[in-house]
Design a protein around this ligand. Structure first.
Ligand SMILES: [Zn+2]
Length: 878
């Protein structure tokens, strides 16, 4: 009974922010006229609505809009004026009529005015500077999740799908873009403005609309069937669109084939690079907007990671055309369905696009990031309740994207790729142009399983992973009988949490090597807390989470791990090695394994060939270094040298013919660590020389070395290097290079220089889309942690005012865990108790918990590590 009562209260609270369903929109005829000078816009709309029962009010969402006139008409042309009131807390505009509107079709007419803001949401300003230093302005939109209401009064919930006929009235020399292709343009000679009418959109949610006006140049068209695919940039950057266009063409073809569902409402598809953009990109139907670094790239000078990022984002956004735009979550609690799916489909598509990029090995990085957050008490289930609009914004996090995507991959690998695909085709066909709940996906997957005569309980498994927070660690030991193992599950947490005792239905894949040398794969579903699994005969070794698609950690008993790691490169695949290292490092952070044991284990990896495994190892070495001082650090340098240098000796600085991208990246990463925290003189000198050569000829080195070289030079650099990098960031020709040299300004070790970088974060020098990330990097640099944290507190109000809300959340998430001494931790707790971060409650709670984990790690390990390093390095030199 008590449970019921609680649920009712929640339901009522939720309803109060939701629009009634007595009136629904069918079509919007919407006209907007932005005034770039006054930074305002005028709008008019006529919404065709269906009234289901007589009403005296119509409620729409509106925010920061002035509505000057509103009335309704029905087919008999009887006109009823509306009086307009607002509920600002609920973001409602309430239209009240003297007499009730009867059931049937009506048209609601409305005239309004709004603001072109500088906060990178709703309808907003973006600026750019041309080669001669001239500043230009454009306007663009970002409506997800709930900012369509800042542009026009509307039914701003994903479920209220409608069609849209958009008209933009703009200065005649500017390009105007929206979701549909241009139907016609009419220039008014008197006002020098043109009226641009766009094709009616498909039936879709408000958050997918887009309006862009500015001096934009299109690329050549690429046609995929009849779909005209183009990329748009500010003048002079067209050449940087080629790679993204090629990806887009591949992607549309790939998804049509994979989904067996054609491109939704094929018309045109524009990819637009926006100079100021808060997120990475946005899946506005056929009018996809990107931050420049996620779309524009020079293939000849970019690193592999930068190319992959562009491909990945393009594929993610195009996956949304089906998953998100065609079939949409009913409400924001289902956001994960959109984001997890687009993330997952992008990985599949990327894997098909470039099999040699080994996407599924790379996938471990994102999954590990999700698992780091998911090991906190303050984590959340993938799907959770959303009441207020700002709560929707909180769900755009690593749990929705990466954990969501990981559990989809987990189930896909367990039920089989083709069965999964059949389920998805069914789901898209069944719910096209409509909205879904998470359970609709389970229905489709389960019926695909039934068709395949599989009795895997998809719904039960997925409910566990989507509605329960956290994830388990599977402890594996030898079973009592020969040829068996015992597997026990318990929730994995960094901080002890006696309150949790969840069990999960865990899809387990095992790779077993029998004593005769044969290798078999076995699957089973772990249902209980502890189960004994018979592997058949006696076995040599066993890998749990084989092929690495499970979202859980594994802890092997000593006798099992010994056997497994005797030939670690041979017995374990890349992703299995990645998981082994990642799980071990997580166990250090949780206080289960000592850093000393971990350092002993990673010695096994000095011949490691994979970049992802290295990236976990190298980032853990950075953390370990931060726990040490003086002699401890000197000792660690030796350990780093022994671990990393042999491979660099072997690889050299110049890639061999036909070398894999993974090896190129390994070379870059190892040089990076040796040149910075390894403080290897020869590497530093070589880096300096290589950089001089690169300045003369950008093809003189493999581009994958450039990030390492720049980091090395910043880490060891002085004022003149700082000035050089600053200038290079200003003059760079690609978004990647701008950012490379900009972020390097946070990597110097001279506090005076770092203070300059801090100041630039609140100046016109750095775009507000980048400044929060740059500032976080300064806090992450131990030289400036304290100074930057003080500065952040002092300048808090200015930052909140200047930076996009979502980036403020990212800044706090990234900065807080670096404050890992007890006094700074206390300051952080006090500060964030008093300063609320908009749409950031959850992220701040998680960051403060990460901070606790870090403080405990330091307390536990600093001295122990120093002793171990002293002992072991003495041994080495002796
Ligand atoms: Zn997305």
């Amino acid at each position: 009974m008590a449970e019921d009562k609680k649920e009712k209260i929640v339901a009522k609270k939720q309803d109060s922010f939701r629009l009634p369903k007595t009136v629904i929109p069918i079509n919007y005829a919407l006209s907007l006229e932005p005034d770039l000078e006054s930074k305002t816009f005028n709008g008019e709309e006529e919404i065709e609505i269906d009234v289901f029962e007589p009403v005296n009010h119509i409620i729409l969402n509106a925010k920061e809009l002035e509505i000057s006139q509103a009335y309704v008409k029905n087919s008999a042309d009887s006109k009823l004026d509306a009086s307009i009131s607002f509920d600002t807390e609920k973001q409602f505009a309430i239209f009240t009529f003297k007499e009730a509107l009867q059931k049937g079709k009506w048209k609601l007419y409305c005239k309004f005015k709004g603001i072109l803001n500088d906060k990178l949401k709703g309808f907003y300003n973006s600026t750019w500077t041309d080669e001669s230093g001239h500043k230009h302005q454009m306007v663009t939109s970002q409506l997800e999740s709930t900012d369509a209401r800042r542009v026009f009064p509307c039914f701003d919930e994903p479920e209220f799908k409608a069609t849209y006929e958009v008209t933009l009235i703009v200065p005649k020399h500017l390009a105007a873009l929206s979701n549909g292709r241009i139907l016609n343009e009419r220039v008014d000679q008197q006002t020098s403005k043109k009226t641009v009418r766009f094709r009616k959109t498909m039936k879709m949610s408000t958050y997918l609309l887009a309006f862009i006006v500015g001096e934009l140049e299109p690329s050549e068209s690429i046609f995929v069937h009849d779909i005209d695919v183009r990329a748009w940039t500010v003048p002079g950057k067209r050449d940087l669109t080629r790679f993204a266009l090629r990806c887009a063409a591949f992607t549309i073809n790939y998804f049509e084939k994979y989904f067996r569902v054609g491109y939704p409402d094929p018309d045109k598809c524009d990819l637009i690079a926006i100079p100021d953009f808060a997120a990475g990109a946005m899946e506005n139907k056929d009018c996809i907007t990107f931050r420049e670094s996620a779309l524009l790239v020079d293939e000849t000078t970019a690193t592999h990671a930068e190319l992959e990022r562009v491909a990945d984002v393009v594929m993610h956004e195009l996956a949304h055309m089906w998953f998100g735009d065609l079939v949409t979550m009913r409400w924001w609690n289902g956001l994960w369905l959109n984001e997890a799916f687009a993330t997952f489909m992008a990985a599949k598509c990327l894997n098909a696009f470039k099999p040699e990029w080994k996407v599924w090995d790379n996938f471990g990085i994102g999954r590990a990031a999700a698992a780091r957050t998911d090991a906190l008490k303050s984590t959340r289930p993938i799907e959770c309740t959303v009441n207020r609009p700002e709560e929707a914004q909180e769900l755009f996090d690593v749990i929705s994207y990466q954990k969501g995507c990981s559990v989809l991959y987990q189930i896909e690998q367990f039920i089989g790729e083709e069965v999964f695909r059949n389920g998805i085709t069914r789901y898209l066909n069944k719910h096209a142009f409509a909205n879904t709940e998470t359970s609709d996906l389970w229905d489709s997957l389960e019926s695909a399983c039934r068709d395949a005569k599989s009795d895997i309980p998809v719904r039960k498994i997925m409910d566990d992973w989507v509605f329960k927070a956290g994830h388990p660690v599977l402890s594996v030991s030898e079973g009592k009988s020969v040829g068996s193992v015992q597997i026990s599950q318990s929730p994995f947490r960094f901080l002890k949490d006696s309150n949790v005792d969840e069990t999960y239905l865990v899809p387990v894949t095992m790779k077993v090597r029998k004593v005769d040398g044969s290798i078999t794969m076995q699957k089973f579903l772990l249902k209980e807390k502890t189960e004994t699994v018979n592997l058949g005969d006696n076995f040599d070794w066993v890998v749990i989470n084989a092929a690495g698609s499970g979202f859980y950690r594994v802890s092997y008993a000593p006798e099992l791990i010994r056997k497994l790691t005797t030939k670690v490169q041979e017995n374990l695949s890349v992703i299995e090695r990645f998981n082994l290292v990642n799980d071990s490092w997580a166990a250090v952070r949780a206080g289960i394994v000592s850093a000393e044991n971990y350092l002993e284990m990673i010695k096994l990896f000095s011949e490691e060939s994979d970049i992802n495994v290295w990236s976990i190892i190298l980032s853990s070495l950075h953390t370990i270094r931060s726990l040490l001082k003086g002699e401890g650090r000197e000792g660690l340098k030796k350990i780093i040298h022994e671990l990393c240098h042999p491979l660099i000796e072997k690889l050299g600085w110049v890639p061999a013919d036909e070398e894999s991208v993974q090896t190129k990246q390994v070379r870059g990463s190892l040089i990076g660590v040796l040149g910075t925290i390894g403080e290897n003189k020869a590497i530093i000198e070589h880096a300096s020389q290589a950089f001089d050569d690169w300045k003369k000829d950008k093809t003189s080195i493999d581009s994958n070395l450039l990030p390492a070289i720049v980091n090395t030079l910043a880490f060891n650099g002085d004022q003149s290097r700082y000035n050089e990098f600053r200038q290079m960031s200003k003059e760079a020709k690609t978004p990647q290079e701008i950012l490379r040299f900009l972020y390097a300004l946070a990597a110097f070790r001279d506090l005076k220089l770092l203070r300059k970088t801090m100041d630039s974060c609140l100046s016109e020098d750095v775009r507000t889309q980048d400044a929060p990330f740059l500032f976080a990097s300064i806090i992450n640099n131990e030289i400036s942690t304290e100074a930057a944290w003080r500065c952040m507190q002092d300048k808090w109000d200015a930052m909140v005012k200047a930076y996009p809300d979502t980036s403020m959340v990212r800044l706090c998430s990234s900065a807080i865990p670096s404050l890992d001494t007890p006094p700074l931790e206390k300051e952080a707790q006090d500060f964030f108790a008093k300063h609320k971060v908009k749409s950031g409650d959850m992220a701040v709670a998680q960051a403060l918990e990460q901070l606790r984990v870090n403080v405990l790690l330091r307390e536990r390990e600093s001295e122990r590590l120093a002793n171990y390093i002293q002992k072991s390095t003495n041994k080495v030199t002796a």
